[in-house]
Design a protein around this ligand. Structure first.
Ligand SMILES: Cc1cc2nc3c(=O)[nH]c(=O)nc-3n(C[C@H](O)[C@H](O)[C@H](O)COP(=O)(O)OP(=O)(O)OC[C@H]3O[C@@H](n4cnc5c(N)ncnc54)[C@H](O)[C@@H]3O)c2cc1C
Length: 305
């Protein structure tokens, strides 16, 4: 079996890593010129580490990551509550590692299996044939390639056009607030092995130590860095950006031989919460089935994983 994967879908390089560790072939393409050097995500959650374990990438991530043990909540920097991550039922800790590094380690994991991410190669169109998918790819020099794969995993981000082509709804809502974000030098004013959330007049401010002396700060207030704990000494801002939060879910993850990678974790969480039935890839939920947390049903209708 071969699989083409469009868009490395930062978190969803799990799928090719899994396929490769299970002995299948895959091509991974990304229309971006180069790997990203900035990091939106800073935290790798325990579930992602569980899923990457078989590929060996968890070991390399943990060799560089820093565990954090809880999220602490404050008002006027007086602690109100604490969410203990030790209660998460996983062998792995919530771990801090900038997304650019996680992506680099995922790419190295693929390379160890002989797969190089093909950059500046875009999925242009695709059609389902009798035994697989025919896809048209555009390369960096403009030439078009028609290729064939058994399945297409699409992990091309929130603005994917593939979802529209497949008529898959992406319903939910977007919150209007803009969240300013800073990676800034700070004199470690709070314990570095916790995440910190300060409730302020009209929202909240979040602080997380990326590494000693460098912190991620963001909030749904115009100037989050004006709400730091007393004794904080600000240094250089290394990166700043803004983001918005949306709460949306694709109404299905698989259509024919095309799988959307990205919303699977939300669908799994709903199934684990007894909200209903979900169609999920075996690689994603094998351990849940083995542990009896999920039960396969309607297998006669399963078109295959
Ligand atoms: C401020 C912020 C903080 C976050 N913090 C965390 C965190 O701590 N932990 C966490 O787990 N997550 C975090 N996230 C979320 C995480 O960054 C995203 O969930 C993740 O990057 C989304 O991955 P994605 O694959 O869906 O999309 P993207 O990262 O957008 O990747 C899509 C890829 O597809 C490629 N592509 C698009 N179209 C095509 C095409 N036609 N052909 C080929 N390639 C294509 C693009 O070039 C891109 O490389 C955070 C997000 C933000 C904004």
């Amino acid at each position: 079996m071969t699989c083409s994967l469009s868009g490395p879908a930062r978190r969803d390089w799990r799928a090719p890593c899994f396929l490769l560790s299970a002995g299948y072939g895959a091509r991974v393409i990304d229309k971006a010129e180069a790997a990203s050097t900035t990091s939106r995500a800073q935290v790798v959650n325990p579930r992602a580490l569980e899923m990457l374990e078989a590929s060996g990438v968890t070991t390399t991530v943990l060799a560089e990551a820093r565990p954090i043990s809880s999220a602490r909540f404050y008002k006027g920097w007086r602690r109100l509550a604490e969410l203990d991550f030790a209660e998460i039922p996983s062998r792995f800790a919530m771990s801090v590692l900038p997304q650019a590094r996680t992506e680099a380690l995922l790419a190295a994991g693929l390379k160890a299996h002989g797969i190089e991410v093909e950059r500046k190669v875009a999925l242009e169109s695709f059609t389902e044939e009798q035994n697989g998918m025919q896809a048209v790819l555009t390369h960096r020099d403009g030439h078009r390639e028609t290729t064939f794969a058994s399945y297409l995993f699409v992990a091309d981000g929130a603005h994917t056009v593939v979802r529209d082509v497949l008529h898959i709804n992406f319903s939910g809502h977007a919150f209007p607030e803009e969240w300013p974000l800073f990676d800034v030098e700070l004199n470690d004013p709070l314990p570095i092995d916790h995440a910190h959330v300060e409730f302020v007049e009209s929202g909240l401010v979040f602080l997380l130590c990326i590494r000693p002396g460098l912190w991620r700060g963001f909030g749904d207030v115009p100037k989050p860095l004006e709400h730091l704990p007393s004794g904080s000494r600000l240094g250089e801002v290394k990166w700043e950006s803004t983001f918005h939060i949306s709460d949306r879910l694709a109404d299905r993850l698989v259509r024919g031989r095309v799988a959307l990678a990205g919303d699977g974790e939300a669908a799994r969480a709903l199934a684990l919460g007894w909200v209903g039935l979900a169609r999920l890839a075996l690689f994603h939920i094998r351990s849940d089935i083995e542990a009896g947390r999920l039960i396969p049903v309607l297998q006669d209708f399963n078109p295959g994983d």
